[in-house]
Design a protein around this ligand. Structure first.
Ligand SMILES: [Zn+2]
Length: 351
């Protein structure tokens, strides 16, 4: 199990997703097509998971993930195992407050899990690493922002009801993942940075419903999204200081969730916002996933050093700003190498 205090200062972790090898799926796409089908695809997903577990270990990362190799997309990978969703008839919907259009499935009936969602990759990852294993699930609020509602009424009240229905299903899978031996369960809630009032009002509560009864560590990843053009354009409209986290951090600080992430390197997030997370472990984004320029270990250590003004040494996790799914694989590898080397340098400097 994950220790209550870290064995090392500044443990390193990925946010969640990693690039898929070209033999598994189309590369550098957010919704890639698989290269195989049926049993062959299942085997390929498992192989890619094992490959990334080994690679993360070799690079020296402390918290290991499955790299989300077995899911097409971080939200839809979960939804594929949910009854009451029509995947055949997807509709185009503006998501993240109309930041970009996506082809989304429709909720058309009562929601129920068809069975386990992520047992394959969680068990493979657990069988092949002794290190802390983190597993990611989409958060309820982000899920309801990535599906079309044709069942819950389509209004705000329906949206909240639907979020809590998804939270129950997420909770079932999270408890099963914990039983598989996962040490940290992280819910991804990029929607928290888009609907700040709703996030503080009911999003955090829905998140806690999803985490109910978990005895492993719990985490939430919030971010400004993958390094895709629509996100870059959006960031350019946010002004000099990105204060979105300011609205939701106080609600998270009061919640039972133990780890919270934020983007730091190359973002305009004021670092002092971390002070709003007193008592939490903070996943500090020290690697920019929206740029192909590889960070130097010095840059990584510098970001850690600046974050130390606001986060106690033993509560700081060095992390990527967001997932790396749409990145070039070689660049992602070099960035992860810089993450591990930069954290090592920070240990020399600040430990
Ligand atoms: Zn993210």
């Amino acid at each position: 199990m994950f220790p209550t205090a870290f064995h090392t200062a500044f443990p390193t972790a990925i946010a969640g997703s990693l690039p898929k090898p070209a033999w598994l799926a189309e590369t550098q796409k957010l919704w890639p097509q698989w290269k195989a089908q049926g049993a062959e695809l299942i085997e390929a997903k498992g192989d890619a998971t094992l490959l990334w577990v080994k690679t993360q270990e070799d690079l020296g990362l402390d918290v290991i993930g499955d790299g989300e190799q077995a899911r097409q997309h971080f939200v839809h990978g979960f939804l594929e195992q949910v009854e009451g969703i029509d995947f055949e008839n997807k509709v185009t919907m503006g998501i993240r407050n109309n930041r970009y259009d996506a082809q989304v499935p429709q909720v058309v009936g009562p929601l129920r899990l068809k069975g386990r969602v992520h047992a394959l990759e969680a068990r493979i990852a657990r069988a092949h690493t002794q290190r802390t294993l983190k597993f990611t699930l989409p958060g309820p609020m982000t899920i309801v922002d990535t599906v079309a509602d044709r069942f819950y009424g389509g209004d705000r009240e329906g949206k909240i009801k639907m979020a809590f229905a998804f939270a129950e299903l997420l909770n079932q899978e999270a408890l099963a993942l914990q039983a598989d031996g996962v040490d940290i369960i992280q819910f991804d809630e990029p929607a928290f940075n888009v609907y700040m009032e709703d996030a503080a009002d009911w999003g955090v509560q829905a998140l806690e419903r999803a985490a109910l009864g978990l005895t492993c560590k719990t985490a939430v990843h919030i971010c400004y999204g993958y390094g895709i053009a629509a996100n870059m354009d959006w960031k350019n409209t946010l002004g000099h200081e990105w204060r979105q986290y300011e609205k939701v951090f106080p609600a998270l600080a009061k919640s039972s969730i133990q780890q919270v992430s934020l983007e730091c390197f190359h973002s305009h997030v004021p670092m002092d916002l971390m002070a709003l997370l007193a008592g939490k472990e903070v996943m500090v984004g020290v690697i920019d996933v929206a740029s192909d320029v590889v960070e130097t270990p010095e840059e990584v250590a510098d970001t850690i050093g600046r974050a130390l003004q606001f986060v106690p040494k033993m509560k700081l996790i060095a992390c990527t700003n967001c997932g790396m799914a749409p990145m070039n694989r070689e660049i992602a590898l070099r960035k992860l190498e810089a993450l591990a080397q930069g954290a090592a340098l920070a240990r020399q400097r600040y430990a």
